[in-house]
Design a protein around this ligand. Structure first.
Ligand code: NDP
Ligand code: MG
Length: 390
């Protein structure tokens, strides 16, 4: 077996640590080229000592000095800044794009433009980049494998090696499952006062705080509908959301002949991560085997758009096209950050996103610079919208 080099962008996060857990079980398969971290420099230092990457990237010079102090004379090239993140994304054969939010766009795109095997956890990059991102993948011969559990499940349910836009595949619908998050049954009048910690207490998955809040508002599912549109080249009208509180079925594909293929497993991100790392082979993960007899029954329900206005906003942004998904994403990032900081309420998140979409509708970006400009301006509009709701 040949050893492949891998860079983990966002090594200190939930996706990053799960990726290192899987890699640690298969040291013969991968050589860790580089790891990046942002605020958790102590954890990054521990990871560097344990996994011996050639390079580490941190946000700024003080963080680089701190990392050097922590790792002592370990052989490690330490650099900082956005350009260094793009460098380590270009240098390895395989890149885990595990940074959260728009901050991960540039490095994920750099990996795609270098024709790498890109394992995409950072859904925001695809929501923002859309056609631009997919064109880069095709044009530079990159391989894009989804890490998001729903999209990884769909990928597994599609005919291997087929272009999904080929009508012979007979795809009727893509069905994304959603747990409904921690507030699926909370009385609507109580949602106004929920705290960040309550919003981050996801019933099935342990994740970073931003995606946990997105799961509670179901903006996460909205971003995933947009992500699915690009990954699988399906129109929005073919992408459904189905509430499935147990998160055992990770998603389904319905075919024109009536067949429905689903992927099941215990909710643990090491499964999709290992699937993408080893694809098309399979490797062990330490994930407990699924015991369906013990689970006994699986539950489903329709999503409630009144309870989850963010899901509706995401479908609307996808239908509006142009740069609306990038505006939606930027406004959501600003609103979630403000909610986590305690400056706006839970229900204000959807209000800020809606107001931003209403006030700013730029045309589709032609390149990365234009996309970043749209993202920056959308954040300014969102900040103004926030002053009104707060
Ligand atoms: P975390 O918050 O746990 O981790 C985010 C990672 O990005 C950390 O390594 C963090 O560094 C780094 N980071 C944060 N801000 C910046 C920045 N401005 N520049 C560079 N690096 C930065 O998030 P998750 O791991 O939960 O999520 C990562 C991505 O994967 C998201 O896009 C999410 O939507 C997606 N995803 C996550 C799933 C999960 O189960 N967690 C499931 C499906 C998708 P540090 O921690 O050192 O500050
Ligand atoms: Mg998901």
């Amino acid at each position: 077996m040949t050893t492949q080099s891998i860079t983990i962008l966002g090594a200190t996060g939930s996706i990053g640590t799960s990726t290192l857990d899987v890699l640690g079980r298969h040291p013969e398969r991968f050589r860790i080229h580089a790891l990046s971290g942002h605020r958790r420099i102590e954890l990054l230092a521990e990871q560097c000592v344990a996994f011996r990457p050639a390079r580490a990237v941190v946000p700024d010079a003080p963080a680089a000095i701190r990392l050097r102090q922590l790792v002592g004379d370990l052989a490690l090239d330490i650099s900082h800044g956005r350009a260094a993140l793009c460098e380590i994304a270009r240098e390895a054969e395989v890149v885990m794009a595990g940074i959260v939010g728009a901050a991960g766009l540039e490095s994920a795109l750099a990996a795609a433009c270098a024709g790498r095997k890109v394992l995409l956890a950072n859904k925001e990059a695809l929501v923002m980049g859309g056609a631009l991102f997919m064109d880069a993948v095709v044009h530079h011969g990159a391989t894009l494998l989804p890490i998001d559990s729903e999209h990884n499940a769909i990928f597994q349910c599609l005919p291997r090696g087929r272009d999904t836009s080929d009508p012979r595949d007979g795809i009727a619908r893509i069905i994304l499952t959603a747990s409904g998050g921690p507030f699926r049954t909370t009385p609507l009048e109580d949602l106004r006062n929920v705290t960040p910690d309550q919003a981050c207490a996801h019933p099935n998955w342990v994740m970073g705080r931003k995606i946990s809040v997105d799961s509670a508002t179901m903006m996460n599912k909205g971003l995933e509908v947009i992500e699915a549109r690009w990954l699988f080249d399906q129109p929005a009208g073919n992408i459904d959301v189905l509430i499935h509180p147990q998160s055992v079925i990770h998603s389904l594909v319905a075919y024109v002949d009536g067949s429905v293929i689903a992927e099941l497993g215990n909710p643990d991100m090491r499964t999709p991560i290992a699937h993408a790392l080893a694809y098309p082979e399979r490797i062990t993960t330490g994930v407990a085997p699924l015991d369906l007899a013990r689970i006994a029954s699986l539950h489903f329900e329709e999503p409630d758009f009144e309870r989850f206005p963010c899901l509706k906003l995401a479908y609307a942004a996808l239908a509006a096209g142009a740069a609306a998904p990038a505006v939606l994403n930027a406004a959501n990032e600003i609103a979630v950050e403000a909610f986590l900081a305690g400056s706006i309420g839970f229900l204000d998140i959807a209000r800020v996103v809606e107001a931003t979409l209403e006030s700013y509708s730029p045309s589709a970006p032609e390149d990365l610079a234009a996309l970043i400009e749209i993202d920056t301006r959308a954040r300014e509009f969102a900040a103004r919208a926030m002053e009104k709701v707060a």
